[in-house]
Design a protein. Structure first.
Length: 247
């Protein structure tokens, strides 16, 4: 039971909704040149957080993701695809949790199930969902229940992300707008809330949220970032490094 509880908390902190947040990897064809990469996370330039991630690639797509706390494997995610290249399911920690995906006759993902369920709808001309409802036990109004509304640019990057939720009987709306560089990396985000909230906002298991955050990157010869810097209040911190292995 303790192991399952730890796994659940790890998934809450480190897993991402399929479309509701930025993707695990940015949209870049040059990932096809590599067989794997390692992501090392930092609290600052001299202090590693202890969390690392190893991603195996197959023709530029994610084959597996292994999350480590120092040297201990905490969660392994295995991606499976159908003959059309659609992500069909992921296996968390191999046998503990399984994700399943449902597609319609237009080859659009319309539902994802694991310990919660996500329903995708309101598809745009890019075949991307503009509305996502996430519900666990208790429905959309539960503690981990949300509704997302998304807007995209012409490269399929999310440029506006609205989260509708309910906490302690109060309905809340958080809007995050994003700006990207030419390599589809986020270089700026801005937050606003209804009801209004004060920033910075302290987060459990991660960096504080600021009203405005900026990012700077160092790139390799294939325009894939190898260092990521977080910029807030005119100060800059190294927050991640990526190491690539070629085929």
């Amino acid at each position: 039971m303790k192991q399952l509880t730890f796994l659940f908390l790890t998934l809450i902190l480190f897993s991402k909704t399929t479309y509701a947040q930025y993707q695990e990897l940015e949209n870049n064809e040059n990932f096809k040149k590599y067989k794997s990469l390692k992501i090392i996370n930092y609290y600052d330039k001299n202090w590693k957080s202890g969390w690392t991630k190893k991603i195996r690639l197959n023709d530029g797509r994610i084959e597996s993701i292994s999350n480590y706390l120092r040297s201990r494997l905490t969660v392994k995610v295995i991606h499976k695809y159908d003959e059309k290249g659609n992500l069909m399911y992921e296996i968390k920690d191999q046998e503990t949790l399984k994700y399943s995906y449902i597609y319609n006759d237009k080859n659009q993902i319309i539902e994802m199930n694991n310990f919660c369920k996500e329903v995708y709808s309101n598809f745009n001309h890019q075949n991307l969902p503009q509305t996502i409802e996430r519900s666990c036990e208790g429905g959309v109004d539960s503690l981990f229940g949300y509704r997302y509304e998304l807007k995209y640019d012409d490269k399929a990057n999310v440029i506006e992300h609205k989260t509708f939720s309910k906490f302690e009987g109060v309905f809340r709306v958080e809007t995050i707008s994003y700006k990207y560089d030419t390599h589809n990396n986020i270089i700026e985000l801005k937050r606003s809330n209804i009801p209004e909230e004060k920033y910075p906002r302290i987060m459990i298991g991660g960096r504080a949220h600021h009203e405005v955050e900026k990012f700077r990157y160092v790139f390799n010869e294939n325009n894939l970032w190898t260092e990521k810097y977080w910029i807030v209040e005119e100060k800059e911190w190294l927050v991640a490094k990526r190491k690539f292995k070629k085929k």
